[in-house]
Write a protein that binds this ligand. Structure first.
Ligand code: CDP
Length: 248
């Protein structure tokens, strides 16, 4: 069933927003980084916001049941997602209250509970204004779970990336191992499946493709090919006067 937020308003404000949604480790961030670079757009990964709030909750010992306190953390935390400041494999920087937490937010302790934090409606509401401000600020590739359905329902292009759970867990396992993690493949797969189940079944802004999203399965397809496909879709977009939205 479509909810009110999913019915695209007539406004053309968000024509140069590309929404990239999909389950965990579907390749969204990597694809979005390359795409944003090719198009000269900003990359904004909204997962980093939920991860940063989760890290703040872990550090301050806030209970996952305490929706009000979690939402207050989300409002008060100074979170920013910016272009990468170091060449250490990061796709972007994540800062929390003046500290670089780019790698801390990727720790398994955060991954294990981030979906519990993200399912709280008050947390989602607290993080919405920042995401909408970014969407209105210029050309941007926005990555998440509900960008095309809730955050920017009138985005100029909506992509839903998916792959089999095994393929996604394999990618995440390799990334983590390259950073020195000792987490087993089985535990990465288990966490990926648990997180997807929670993200898909939550009441507020569940993970699902927008009705007008282009769905792409990334199993076995080289990243460059996926990026090229999306770039072609973007460059074929026209504004109301017939001008290309993303001129070459
Ligand atoms: O990188 P990965 O795909 O593993 O996850 P992420 O994009 O960093 O997102 C972490 C978690 O944040 C997700 O599993 C969701 O629970 C939540 N999230 C969300 O609810 N809505 C978004 N727009 C982005 C992330």
């Amino acid at each position: 069933m479509r909810n009110a937020a999913e019915i695209a308003p007539a406004a053309t404000l968000h024509q140069r927003v590309i929404a990239v949604d999909g389950p965990a480790a579907a390749g969204k961030s990597t694809v979005a980084r390359l795409l944003a670079d090719r198009l000269g757009a900003l990359l904004f990964d909204t997962g980093a916001l939920y991860r940063a709030v989760t890290l703040a909750a872990l550090r301050s010992g806030v209970s996952l049941e305490d929706e009000e306190l979690l939402a207050r953390l989300a409002v008060e935390a100074q979170i920013s997602v910016r272009p990468p400041s170091l060449d250490d494999g990061r796709l972007y920087d994540v800062w929390l209250n003046g500290e670089d937490v780019t790698w801390s937010v990727r720790e398994p302790e955060v991954g294990a509970i981030v979906s519990r934090v993200a399912e709280q409606p008050a947390v989602r509401a607290a993080l919405l204004p920042l995401q909408r401000t970014i969407a209105s600020s210029g050309p941007v590739v926005m990555v998440g779970r509900d960008i095309g359905t809730v955050v920017v329902p009138n985005a100029g292009l909506k992509i839903y990336l998916d792959a089999t759970p095994e393929e996604r867990a394999r990618r995440r396992y390799r990334e983590a191992a390259a950073r020195g993690s000792t987490q087993s493949f089985e535990s990465v797969l288990r966490e990926t499946l648990q997180r997807d189940a929670l993200d898909r079944s939550r009441y507020t802004a569940p993970l699902r493709p927008a009705l007008d999203a282009v769905q792409i399965n990334t199993d076995g397809i080289p990243i460059d090919q996926i990026v090229a496909e999306i770039e072609e879709l973007a460059r074929s977009g026209r504004d109301a006067t017939g001008q290309p939205l993303w001129p070459s």
